[in-house]
Design a protein around this ligand. Structure first.
Ligand code: AMP
Length: 445
């Protein structure tokens, strides 16, 4: 999924980017990087690790300039190595550039092979490098035209920030699959970020979302940014941003993520009413939906499971045995609350089924009489290819089992997934969504 941030027209651009990346740490924990321009040279710091580990005070003191672009990496395409951290830098005919990218290019292999045929040398496995090559090899005189040419070659779901010594370009694909918003900093500079939670932390005022297919150009010599509509918009924001990725305090395309999640919980309660003593969330992913479920069903909400915050995300662990142990380390039940009770437990999604199976075992071991699992998303039946790290068909439990078989596997007394219709209604009915994980409609051709 990844997070990107761009800051333009302020002397403290690196520190503002650093805070923004910190606010968006949930979108990627593998590596982090910032590139800064002072109008003469581009300087970068990028490394594996969390934002606070990568940017020490010394590292930040090296990053001086009026424009910064930054990135948190969550690997999707590309292998896990330090080389794959972003921003990527290059020197080419017109000078230096740096690029950060969030999403996935669907024709990356085709473009890469064609470039290699022509003699290009690649240093990483990232599709982002394609963009640099396309810009460098273009025969257009100006950077903006080279970028436009490159954008006409790449296909996929992407948000991009491109930095030169004097300019910054922010681009969103014509479907707007990943969110990207524009804000104004208190001192008059601008900020572009994957999520609005970054704006809140740095005191920026939300201006608007960058439109699908739009390129915004920030230029040292111009007071205002320029907007160029590169492609006719065909908006398909990713529903998974609302279900899982985005932080609840972010607002995407005018819709509060928290409010959308609560509404999903309410809809879930309407679709799958059951007589129970308590509604509990899987912390933290199911909290907002569980609150909605409890409100709608009038069943008391309790934090029946306590989360240990010092354990990282379970999803990233490579083997099943390690994932199982990590869930156990991460979550523990409040037995006094659960004993002999009929429990509704709410989570945002089931991917492999590990978390749900483990949670239900924890609850039953703690004395729960019945455990009814409610999932605030439809079954994930297809791998996502537009920037989410969901596993292949073999590993996706709902690609291989129907709801009853999943229920048996996770050992729940009942199981219900939110319908696609209710999901769409909960986020907002007046637009199209990217729902590939649920309906397999790979619309980017
Ligand atoms: P699983 O245990 O494999 O069924 O995964 C389900 C859990 O992973 C849920 O608690 C979700 O909150 C979380 N989850 C869903 N999608 C993702 C993702 N793409 N990356 C990391 N975690 C996820």
């Amino acid at each position: 999924m990844c997070a990107i941030v761009g800051v333009f027209g302020t002397s403290d651009s690196a520190r503002i980017s650093y805070y923004s990346l910190f606010a968006m740490q949930h979108r990627g924990q593998e590596a982090s990087g910032i590139s800064v321009s002072d109008g003469h040279i581009l300087t970068k710091v990028k490394k594996k690790g969390l934002v606070t580990e990568v940017f020490t005070e010394t590292a930040l003191s090296h990053l001086q300039g009026h424009c910064a672009i930054g990135h948190n990496r969550y690997s999707t395409a590309g292998k896990k190595s330090t080389v794959d951290a972003q921003p990527i830098h290059a020197s080419y005919k017109l000078g230096e550039i740096a690029v950060v990218h969030n999403g996935n290019l669907i024709n990356k292999d085709e473009v890469r092979n064609a470039l290699i045929e022509e003699g290009a040398i690649f240093q990483s496995t990232m599709d982002t490098e394609n963009i640099i090559h396309l810009i460098a090899r273009s025969h257009q005189e100006h950077l903006r035209d080279r970028i436009i040419e490159a954008m006409n070659i790449i296909k996929g779901a992407y948000c991009l920030l491109i930095q030169s010594r004097h300019k910054m370009f922010a681009i969103r694909d014509k479907y707007g699959v990943r969110p990207l918003s524009l804000g104004k900093l208190p001192d008059g500079g601008y900020i572009v970020a994957s999520e609005t939670c970054a704006f809140d932390l740095v005191g920026a005022e939300f201006i608007r979302d960058i439109q699908p297919g739009e390129m915004i150009i920030f230029d040292n010599e111009k007071e205002h940014y320029e907007s160029v509509q590169l492609f006719e918009p065909e908006p398909r924001i990713c529903a998974f941003e609302f279900i899982y990725f985005a932080r609840p305090d972010s607002v995407i395309e005018g819709r509060s993520v928290y409010a959308a999640r609560k509404e999903m919980g309410r809809a879930l309660a309407r679709e799958s009413a059951i007589d129970a003593d308590l509604v509990i969330p899987v912390p933290d992913s199911g909290v907002s939906a569980a609150l909605g479920y409890a409100e709608e069903s009038h069943i008391p909400f309790e934090m029946g499971i306590v989360r240990n915050h010092y354990v990282g995300r379970t999803f990233i662990e490579p083997t099943q045995a390690k994932r199982d142990m990590k869930v156990k380390l991460k979550l523990s039940p409040i037995s006094a609350l659960l004993k002999d009770k009929k429990i509704v437990v709410v989570d945002d999604s089931i991917v492999r089924g590990t978390t749900a199976r483990r949670i239900i075992k924890i609850l039953k071991d703690a004395g729960a009489k019945e455990v009814h699992m409610r999932i605030a998303a439809p079954p994930i039946k297809h791998p996502e290819k537009y920037g989410i790290d969901t596993p292949s068909y073999e590993e996706l439990i709902s690609a291989n089992k129907n709801v009853e078989e999943v229920r048996t596997y996770i050992k729940a007394d009942s199981l219900h997934f939110l319908s696609i219709d209710a999901l769409k209604k909960s986020i907002g009915e007046n637009r199209e969504y990217s729902l590939v994980s649920f309906d397999g409609d790979y619309f980017i051709k």
